[in-house]
Design a protein around this ligand. Structure first.
Ligand SMILES: O=C(O)CCC(=O)C(=O)O
Length: 283
């Protein structure tokens, strides 16, 4: 399948007055170059953030939830559910609900530091999920912005894509389109294999990373991951943080009807940064 989408480059109807919030620091965890890349390109790589022992623990903590999702998908007639499928990738969300280890992991100093520098003085875990791309996977993950799946306001939040295994162009590393995040949320179409926004093969930049590195990008950075054409599973854990008081908008932009839902469920959207500093793991 081509990685160039046919969706037009148009702003989402709710995205009428977006301007990118530039980061000025002072920074506690990232460098000025990281902040510049995040602001101008929409991404950067934090190399070797986690060691091999931590990655083993992370994989072990994810395993029960990932297995449940694989079993759930296996019971569906098609083996597929939107972007997820037994023959393509398992997507296991909300793992912090059942794992003390993952609750601690999502508040560790590396991630909380990124959060303090890039999200703001009061920030929460918004979402986390493991994405395990199966060997010889059937489909790519299409071009999308994370804010295209659920429309969150403020539109710009932080995605930390943590490589549990090496991520390469062959096994489906993240590929981004630099600079487009500054438009804010684009229109997406719902396809049988997930949401899709405008994408341009000519502007695509693959971001291969070693296991333990983090691809740090914005919720507005269009990205896709190609099919895994290797014999091994490509494993990632994706952890996202949003400003406290962020809301999710739902409804039909055309009719004007809709609702807004606070994103502060204490069981899985707990505070990570308070008064500009990491606040530790909730009990
Ligand atoms: O890890 C992947 O292959 C893609 C995941 C992704 O793009 C997402 O969760 O938004």
């Amino acid at each position: 399948m081509s990685i160039t989408s046919r969706v037009p480059r148009e702003r989402h109807p709710w995205n009428t007055s977006f301007t990118w919030p530039t980061h000025h620091g002072p920074f506690t965890s990232i460098t000025a170059a990281h902040a510049r890349d995040y602001d101008e390109l929409g991404y950067f790589v934090l190399e070797d953030a986690f060691d091999a022992a931590t990655l083993r623990e992370l994989d072990d903590a994810i395993a029960p939830g990932e297995k449940k999702v694989r079993e759930f998908l296996g019971e569906l007639p098609s083996g597929r559910f939107s972007v997820a499928g037994t023959d393509t990738q398992t997507v296991a969300p909300h793992l912090v609900l059942r794992s003390d280890y993952l609750r601690r992991f999502c508040t560790n100093p590396v991630l909380a530091g990124l959060c303090a520098d890039l999200v703001g003085p009061e920030a929460r875990l918004y979402w986390e999920q493991a994405v395990y791309k199966q060997p010889h996977s059937a489909e790519p993950v299409l071009w999308h912005q994370d804010n295209g799946y659920t429309y969150v306001e403020p539109q710009a939040y932080l995605t930390c894509w943590i490589a549990i295994t090496d991520a390469t162009p062959e096994n489906g590393c993240v590929t981004v389109m630099p600079g487009v995040h500054r438009d804010g949320t684009l229109v997406h179409r719902d396809t049988p294999i997930g949401f899709e926004c405008w994408g341009d093969e000519g502007a695509a930049v693959p971001v291969p990373v070693r296991a333990g590195s983090i691809v740090v990008f914005t919720s507005l950075t269009p990205h896709f991951t190609a099919r895994n054409v290797t014999d091994d599973v490509r494993k990632s854990y994706i952890v996202q943080y949003a400003p406290d008081h962020a809301i999710a908008r739902r409804g039909d932009p055309a009719s004007g009807a809709g609702s807004s839902e606070p994103q502060d469920d204490p069981s899985r959207q707990f505070l990570v940064v308070v008064d500009g500093a990491p606040c530790g793991t909730p009990a």
